[in-house]
Ligand binder design. Structure first.
Ligand code: GDP
Ligand code: GDP
Length: 468
């Protein structure tokens, strides 16, 4: 499971600076959902190509009275849900009462916590840090987030247990290969099998359950849809293991296809249907996205498309997930409203033209049955095996239709292409000066691949390798 790192500290210590440093140019998801008291930022980050989630809790203001009880509820939740807490303090400002109040709170939680003294650039770090030992922490790290000093070392240490696990999972690839154990297209590609074995492994993979996450902001109808799916006559739901703090995974089968439904709505955690809906958890949603093969984003037809819908969508796209969109509560709308909703979807979601959009009523069940087709299609597209020769041929066609530009007086030349990964499909293109290609040409290539390969439901990524 993907680790979650929470950045905690009073205002102005450098949390956003560190957050931006870790997540770089990736879009942050700013949580401003109804019911969440203060803004928090969520982002994806990488350590040696392994993903983790970072949360800038933002909300803790140590100057509040009795911070240990009044700590903003959402920040508290972020700490509960995090695997690791980075507690930031300001090396220039020195120890403050607010730091002490936060430290006291953190001590009462059982979380791996690292004290991070920031802004140590241009000061005598060791003497500036001496005071902070009073906070009673086990480990102190000195960084200058603004200068990217000490950040990688900090993350390597903070994520050490996960790094171990990542290493272990990588090294398994080198050992004797059992086809049964190849549970991803990446694993199959890496295994360098004979053509025949590869076919068998792919066939097996396509028969694997599709992990489907139903996500959306509060009240769009996720629970209603989840219950509708699980209650459907044609769906066979298997027994599930006990509850955890994360989403519940519900194995099910429909029309011969196995699925694992990732229940972010907490439907199955409630003892009965009428029990109050659990607090919406952004982290749980993000983890579900990371772990899913296909994301089903639910949007409410009776509300305008909000920034939150787009943030969730953006997160799913960044994660490279296959996507199906369900516009829910389509029942009882008059035609004028339906037209308005459709044109708004065109306008705001035009950029995800690869995703199928379904108009459904989770309440009445209308249209729900058709979702499965799109989910399967998205999964098949994302895991489809595409040969090097086909990828190269399509690249050549794209190049013939529309030549790449001249750069520094020399025409960019694309030479050959091959698959660099699946789910999402990655196409690696080799050629001269390809790293200098303008974004518009890269997008052109991406769209060309998408159209030619008829890949619905999945984003396609293109990487370039200079070979001059
Ligand atoms: P937040 O409120 O905790 O999110 O803090 P910010 O990230 O907004 O940073 C507060 C201020 O500290 C900004 O003016 C930053 O430029 C500055 N700052 C952040 N990191 C560093 C650092 O490593 N060194 C120095 N000198 N200033 C920093
Ligand atoms: P969640 O927070 O996303 O899990 O949303 P719920 O499933 O709890 O639904 C929120 C509200 O929307 C409830 O009052 C539902 O009855 C209502 N609702 C859900 N789906 C539909 C639908 O298809 N049509 C209509 N009219 N209402 C719906």
């Amino acid at each position: 499971m993907i680790p979650v790192v929470a950045l905690v500290g009073r205002p102005n210590v450098g949390k956003s600076t560190l957050f931006n440093r870790l997540t770089r140019t990736r879009d942050a998801l700013v949580a401003d959902f109804p019911g969440l008291t203060r803004d928090r930022k969520y982002g994806r980050a990488e350590l040696e190509e392994n993903e983790f989630i970072v949360i800038d809790t933002g909300g803790i203001d140590g100057s509040e009275e009795g911070v240990e009880t009044k700590m903003a509820e959402q920040s508290l939740l972020a700490i509960e849900e995090a695997d690791v807490v980075l507690f930031l303090v300001d090396g220039r400002a020195g120890l403050t009462a607010a730091d002490e109040a936060i430290a006291k709170h953190l001590r009462s939680r059982q979380k791996p916590t690292f004290l991070v003294v920031n802004k140590i650039d241009g000061i005598d770090a060791d003497s500036a840090c001496a005071d902070f030992w009073k906070l009673g922490v086990d480990e102190m790290h000195q960084i200058a987030a603004a200068q990217n000093r000490g950040v990688t070392a900090l993350m390597e240490r903070a994520l050490a247990p996960f790094v171990e696990a990542w290493k272990a999972s990588h090294s398994e690839d080198d050992e004797f290969i059992d086809i049964e154990s190849l549970d991803s297209v990446e694993a199959i590609e890496k295994a360098n099998l004979t053509e025949e074995d590869a076919e068998a492994a792919y066939k097996r993979l396509q028969e694997q359950p599709i992990k489907l996450a139903i996500i959306g902001r509060p009240n769009v109808g996720k629970s209603t849809l989840t219950n509708r799916i699980l209650g459907e006559e044609r769906v066979v739901v298997y027994d599930m293991p006990g509850t955890t703090r994360d989403s519940i995974y519900i194995p099910m089968e429909r029309d011969g296809q196995d699925y694992v439904l990732i229940d972010t709505a907490g439907v199955r955690r409630r003892k009965n249907m009428n029990e109050a809906v659990e607090k919406f958890s952004v982290i749980q949603t993000l983890k579900a996205v990371e772990d899913a093969n296909v994301v089903l984003l639910v949007i409410d037809a009776r509300e305008n498309i909000s920034d939150q819908d787009l943030s969730l969508l953006g997160f799913a796209l960044n994660a490279g997930r296959s996507l199906v969109i369900a516009v829910n509560k389509w029942d009882g709308l008059d035609n004028e409203v339906k037209e308005r909703v459709k044109s708004e979807l065109d306008r705001r979601l035009g950029f995800v033209d690869f995703a199928r959009i379904h108009f459904i009523s989770a309440l009445h069940g209308t249209g729900v049955g058709h979702l499965y087709e799109s989910v399967q299609e998205a999964y098949q597209s994302a895991t489809k095996r595409i040969s090097t020769s086909l990828l190269t041929r399509i690249m050549q066609m794209a190049q013939d239709d529309h030549q790449p530009p001249m750069i520094r007086g020399r025409r960019v030349k694309l030479k050959y292409a091959h698959a660099g990964g699946y789910n999402p499909p990655i196409v690696v293109i080799h050629g001269n000066q390809v790293n200098d290609l303008p974004g518009s040409y890269k997008r052109y290539l991406m769209n060309y691949y998408r159209k030619t390969l008829e890949m619905m439901g999945t984003p396609i990524r293109i990487q370039f390798q200079n070979s001059d």
